[in-house]
Write a protein that binds this ligand. Sequence first.
Ligand SMILES: [Zn+2]
Ligand SMILES: [Zn+2]
Length: 135
Amino acid sequence: MCELIKGKCLCGSVEYEIENKFDQFYICHCEQCRKITGSAYASNLFGDPRQFNIISGSEDIKRFDYNERGFTKAFCTECGSGVPYLNSSGKSIVVPAGTLDAEPVFNDKKIIFYKEKPKWGSENETDSYFDEFPV
Ligand SMILES: [Zn+2]
Ligand SMILES: [Zn+2]
């Protein structure tokens, strides 16, 4: 019996569930991930396609394949959130970790394409931290 974890996009149209047992967790700083997220890096978990199920919103998912480095992105056409997709080898479901509604369990985590990381993407001593919007 496997334990399932659920996730959804921001607007809630796309909902999914998958076994909460991920082989790999990639924090990717590559240029493609930076562009597509608009942020410093992407956080993707690799799960078992046999234990993956879209609960709702499959008609709202658009897939974008970009040939360089076999890069793919799937997203909700309502809100733009990244959503899980089957990778090009068909062996893994790539799950954007930020869409999960609970804590994932994973075997291994790797920070990749680190040399492409923008300088502003690092934490440094002069950064200011707030729990919410700064006042
Ligand atoms: Zn959405
Ligand atoms: Zn990347």
